[in-house]
Design a protein around this ligand. Structure first.
Ligand code: GLU
Length: 295
């Protein structure tokens, strides 16, 4: 992932326009959402139930610019939100009929298990531990864990290996894979865990921590939203394949969603979803990764 660089004055103008247009909420998504009205599903499937209900509840993030950021209109915007809308559209459900539930990293599995959400699209890394509780469609994107520091990188942090010796205080989020992975590199008293990443960004701004660690694209959104305050170290050190979390064992729904992802990649909706959100800042448009098994 490379960062799209715009001259400072262009970036400032674009930001001003964006703020003017949407009151700073960031809901300037322009991708089109196709609602497929002619769908029929086998009785008894999740697809049939949701299609009949004409509404769906989706778990996503509310404080992650570019992926899931709640605007002043109360609705989230970002790449995850667009992926969720594409899936809903193929269930015959319009975007206005999606109920958005904030799902911070730690609560995603339990919200799926409780049936509080029909699916989760929330920068959600697929891994074996989570697979014990959740079935994952996808992956629809692959991120990598990175570090974000104050502009100018005053501590000279160039990767996780230097954190211990430099006595860096690092912030991440409970229930996240980066929050676990970073424990290998720092002493317990060097690590601060909050429930959401925006609190880590605040702690970095005020100097309570020296670095924030999570997926590079999440950090990229925070760098972009806090113009001039932060920078990315830019050396990802894990692989974080993003999946769509579903009730454990709902293989039919998982296969349906994988089919939707393939279709959206083929007809350009996947690309548009990226370009109207994270692609405004990230330079490369991803290809849909090879999809995994529905188990
Ligand atoms: N992708 C990582 C995870 O699922 C970090 C991002 C997040 O916390 O949502 O844990």
């Amino acid at each position: 992932m490379r960062v799209r660089r715009a001259p400072a004055f262009v970036a400032a103008t674009v930001l001003a326009l964006a703020l003017g247009a949407c009151g700073g909420g960031g809901n300037d998504t322009t991708s089109d959402t196709t609602v497929n009205k002619d769908v029929t599903f086998d009785a008894g499937t999740t697809m049939a139930r949701l299609n009949k209900a004409g509404a769906v509840t989706v778990g996503t993030k509310f404080d992650q610019p570019l992926f899931g950021l709640k605007g002043l209109d109360g609705k989230p915007a970002g790449f995850d939100v667009e992926i969720a809308k594409i899936i809903a559209g193929e269930l015959g459900i319009a975007p206005e009929k999606i109920r958005w539930l904030e799902t911070p990293s730690k609560v995603r599995e339990e919200k799926v298990e409780q049936g509080a959400v029909d699916y989760v699209v929330a920068t959600y890394t697929i891994n074996d531990k989570r697979r014990q509780r959740v079935t994952f469609a996808g992956p629809y994107y692959e991120a990598g864990q990175d570090l974000m520091v104050k502009k100018g990188n005053p501590k000279g942090i160039d990767g996780p290996q230097t954190l211990r010796a430099k006595r860096v205080r690092v912030c991440s989020v409970t229930g996240s894979t980066p929050g676990e992975t970073i424990k290998k590199y720092v002493a317990p008293n060097q690590l601060v865990l909050f429930d959401v990443y925006s609190k880590c960004a605040d702690a970095l701004r005020t100097g309570q921590v020296n670095a924030v660690t999570t997926d590079n694209v999440i950090l990229l959104g925070l760098v972009d939203a806090n113009k001039g305050a932060f920078e990315l170290v830019g050396k990802p050190f894990t692989k974080e394949p993003y999946g769509i979390g579903l009730k454990k064992g709902d293989v039919r729904f998982c296969e349906f969603i994988n089919g939707v992802l393939r279709k959206a990649a083929d007809d350009g909706r996947y690309r548009k979803a990226w370009e109207s959100t994270a692609g405004r800042v990230a330079e490369e448009t991803p290809e849909l990764p090879e999809l995994g098994p529905c188990s």
